[in-house]
Design a protein around this ligand. Structure first.
Ligand code: GLU
Length: 450
């Protein structure tokens, strides 16, 4: 199977310095080995070489004026990776760390994630190295308007439909949407994650977190277990983490942590959800303020992190939900989780576990749900928002949530069945990659060379 190796080597030369993208591509391609060995059509149609190459990458300058009147400049990105299954679909990330490699890895993951949902959506991603931290509301608005002034010509409800990701929530989607409408004169479903009173879907905000918990539920059910009474670790304090915590409480579990870029919050009584929501959704302040309301909790700052990992993963628990960002969970963290008795891990974030740490979980045979399967509930519900927009309807929360639960159960089933088909029933990484790839690759073959 030298062409897997050759393709990866080729990427390192043609797209230098994109380590996150190589990591994502290597994981997918390595998992495809047994499929490529048993079915030569993918090789005959050069699918591997084609699927790692984005259909289109857009990079642009974003100029905006800060509150002091100074002109600021950021990089803007939109990667339209694969449209074999539908319009490009995927979020926008506004974070200081964003670069071409990060957007490319996210776009690549999105292809397979979206395919796993079974819905007609292709893969895309975008964002900017704009850092929303400490920016005023007026600055956020001006940045969003400037970003959309460039992006609007490349997107549309049947071509490319962006949404949120880190640093982009309903507020930013609102400013982006307003600018799109102003420039095009069209009121249409070009973005998802909109507020409920102007085209958003009930349940979208909650969907990624709820979906990650539903995925864990499915993994545990196959092992004859459930979440009731289980102590859970959650990292992150954004939208995904908050609604993971909410769903865990609804199912009788006890989430005891969350975290931000400065450290980990541990509340052994269980994270107080209302306080967390107020801090993050209303006040938009740091997590340390939580201690004013709950003095019995403790905040472990980054300086307290163990040498090779993060304090959040050293707290004894049964189930873990990494919901912060890529590569937040190292080998040392994985070893600590396993020796503390964690039996299930469901990824709310995209690629939060390093490649070697994934191997630790697979070797230990814990129930491990990779992000492209476990966090697909967000984008799946975005597609439900698109369906509501194009039919000018608004569905009930019950209808959306029932669909979400069914989609997460289907994703789990198709990952588990595919893993079993290839002789590795415990390996949902293999199952997710092969199941997602097959859907996209078959469509690419049927649509000819394009
Ligand atoms: N950013 C989310 C993801 O990583 C959601 C994308 C969307 O809703 O389009 O899947």
């Amino acid at each position: 199977m030298t062409y897997i190796h050759d393709t990866l080597e080729g990427l390192r030369h043609s797209s230098p310095a994109q380590s996150e993208f190589y990591q994502a591509a290597e994981e997918v391609l390595e998992c495809l080995r047994p499929l490529l060995e048993s079915d030569p059509q993918y090789h005959d149609h050069s699918i591997i070489e084609r699927i790692v190459e984005p259909e289109r990458q857009i990079m642009f300058r974003v100029c905006w004026t800060d509150d002091a009147g100074r002109v600021r400049v950021n990089k803007g990105y939109r990667i339209q990776f694969n449209s074999a299954l539908g319009p490009y679909k995927g979020g926008l990330r506004f974070h200081a760390s964003v670069n071409a490699s990060i957007i490319k890895f996210l776009g690549f993951e999105q292809i397979f994630k979206n395919a796993l949902t079974g819905l007609p959506i292709g893969g895309g991603k975008g964002g900017s190295n704009f850092d929303p931290k400490g920016k005023s509301d007026a600055e956020i608005m001006r940045f969003c308007q400037a970003y959309m002034s460039e992006l609007y010509r490349h997107i549309g409800p049947t071509t490319d439909v962006p949404a949120g990701d880190i640093g982009v929530g309903a507020r930013e989607i609102g400013y982006l949407y307003g600018q799109y409408k102003r420039l095009t004169g069209r009121y249409e479903g070009v973005l998802t994650g909109k507020r409920l009173n102007w085209g958003g879907s009930l349940g979208r905000k909650e969907a990624t977190g709820y979906g990650a918990v539903y995925f864990a539920q499915n993994m545990l059910a196959d092992r004859g277990e459930d979440l009731r009474g289980k102590t859970c670790l959650v990292s992150g304090a954004g939208n995904v983490a908050i609604y993971t915590i909410e769903k865990l409480y609804q199912l009788g579990a006890l989430p005891v942590t969350c975290s931000d870029s400065r450290g980990t919050l541990h509340d052994p009584q269980g994270i107080d959800l209302e306080t967390l929501k107020r801090l993050k959704e209303v006040e938009r302040g740091p997590l340390t303020h939580y201690l004013t309301y709950r003095p019995d909790a403790r905040y472990l700052s980054r300086e307290d992190d163990p040498g090779e990992g993060h304090a959040v993963w050293r707290i004894p628990a049964d189930v873990a939900f990494p919901c912060a960002t890529q590569n937040e969970l190292t080998v040392a963290d994985a070893e600590a989780l396993i020796s503390n008795g964690v039996t299930c891990l469901s990824e709310g974030a995209n690629m939060p576990t390093t490649a070697k740490a994934v191997d630790c979980f697979l070797d230990a045979r814990i129930a491990y749900g990779p992000g492209k399967a476990a966090n697909a509930g967000g984008v799946a519900t975005s597609q439900l928002e698109m369906a509501q927009n194009s039919s000018m309807q608004q569905w009930t929360l019950e209808k959306v949530d029932n669909k979400l639960q069914a989609i997460m159960a289907d994703i789990y089933r198709s990952c588990a069945d595919t893993a079993a088909e290839f002789g590795a029933p415990h390996n949902l990484v293999l199952g997710a990659n092969i199941a997602g790839f097959r859907k996209v690759a078959d469509a690419m073959i049927e649509q000819g060379v394009c």
